[in-house]
Design a protein around this ligand. Structure first.
Ligand code: SAH
Length: 381
């Protein structure tokens, strides 16, 4: 007997199948939408009308845009509002204040986003890529590699969908308006630079061109792609930059954040300080606390020396568990000593209030697999 598979194994199948989606109105600014609407043979004012539905009222389904003639709705459904995200599952915890959505994209790729409601704000954590190519060993997303970049509209549509969830009053005890967006979901946002910057422009443009969020309420988190950080500093944007540092020394950072082999700690911090100087925005330094790996007092002191006097804030993240990881979170007393040493060095430091761990929705846990997360309490779809 031979054991040849019936279907030939094709290692490139996934990459070949993965394809960018059709164009959507959120890919375009208002002028671009007007031009497209004219090309479709519709009066120019329809561009604003359809934008008001999508960005102003958070209506994503053309069938609900009942003030448009039926034929126009059909044309727009095909050419301006193709379905980009199909919800596969929504999980909730924290009494509904934290919700994770799993989407299937048009080519079958899967991505996740997370909504977090607080008494004074609503934050969504969105994905910029399906998978991630940065291979940080403590992050679940990095383990399966990169499938593809998301389009601008695929990025924006996550925020618009979840803004609609917030507006429906589903997040009890939180304001109904989405206020904050963090690019801390799946993917490395600066590796999908032009689409991410266009998505930021849609998020901050006033309605009906965009969602009208404040630039200060948008955070782009990066492993530290130095040329892209410098390019971002030269855009006329002043979003918050978060740098995933995780180690103050190159020996350890080379392992924890492999891109450090290309751009070293000193170089990436230089780029971060230039960003802070050009935008006036304090840079957020992300540091996952990993037991006996990066949590030693001497590393706190070294980090303190690197950051003292800079426009920086340290966000310590208790390491979240990921499948197959050999690492654990630091014990609380170790974490407290780390915080104490940084503050003694004059560095503003907080420990992140981690949300969504029980639904694998916390930092580094987004892996977008359909076969996980079943039989969980709080499943909502
Ligand atoms: N690629 C970008 C954005 C996505 S990750 C980046 O790396 O910055 C968002 C944050 O979660 C990053 O700071 C990342 O290092 C951190 N993170 C990843 N895995 C984690 C884990 N298991 N526990 C805690 N934080 C983690």
């Amino acid at each position: 007997m031979t054991s040849l598979p019936l279907i030939p194994v094709d290692p490139d199948a996934r990459a070949r199948r993965a394809a960018m989606p059709p164009r959507h109105l959120a890919d375009l600014d208002l002028a671009g939408r007007r031009a497209l609407v004219a090309e479709l043979g519709e009066p120019a004012f329809r561009a604003k009308q359809v934008s008001t539905h999508y960005f102003g009222r958070l209506v994503r389904d053309p069938r609900q845009m009942t003030d448009l003639p039926a034929a126009t709705r059909g044309t727009f459904a095909e050419h301006l509002l193709p379905t980009l995200l199909t919800p596969v599952r929504e999980l909730a915890c924290d009494d509904g204040a934290t919700r994770k959505a799993l989407w299937r994209l048009h080519d079958g790729s899967l991505v996740e986003s997370v909504l977090m409601g607080y008494p004074d704000r609503v934050t969504v954590c969105i994905s910029s890529q399906a998978g991630c190519g940065m291979a940080c060993p403590f992050c679940a997303t990095g383990q399966a590699g990169l499938t593809r970049n998301l389009s601008t509209a695929e990025i924006v549509d996550q925020a618009v969908y979840l803004a609609g969830v917030a507006a429906s009053g589903a997040v009890a005890g939180s304001p109904p308006r989405l206020s904050h967006v963090v690019f801390m979901g799946m993917g490395e946002p600066l590796a999908n630079y032009s689409r991410v910057v266009a998505a930021i422009r849609r998020l901050v443009a006033p309605a009906p061109e965009g969602l009208g969020l404040s630039q200060r309420h948008i955070t782009v988190s990066t492993v530290g792609l130095v040329p892209a950080i410098r390019r971002l500093a030269s855009e006329d944007l002043s979003v918050t930059l978060a740098l995933s540092l995780h180690a103050p020394d190159d020996d350890l950072r080379d392992e924890l954040v492999p891109v450090n082999q290309r751009w070293k700690v000193a170089e990436v911090l230089d780029a971060a300080w230039d960003y802070a100087a050009r935008t006036g925005r304090r840079v957020s330094i992300e540091y996952a606390m990993i037991k006996n790996v990066n949590d030693q007092p001497w590393r706190a002191d070294l980090l303190g020396r690197l950051l003292a006097g800079k426009l920086a804030h340290v966000n310590l993240i208790p390491l979240n568990p990921t499948p197959g990881s050999r690492w654990d979170a630091s014990p609380k007393p170790v974490e407290r000593e780390f915080v104490r040493r940084l503050r003694d060095a004059g560095v503003s430091t907080t420990v992140r209030d981690t949300r969504g761990r029980e639904i694998d929705g916390a930092c580094g846990q987004l892996a977008a697999a359909e076969d996980r997360d079943t039989d969980r309490a709080g499943e909502t779809a």
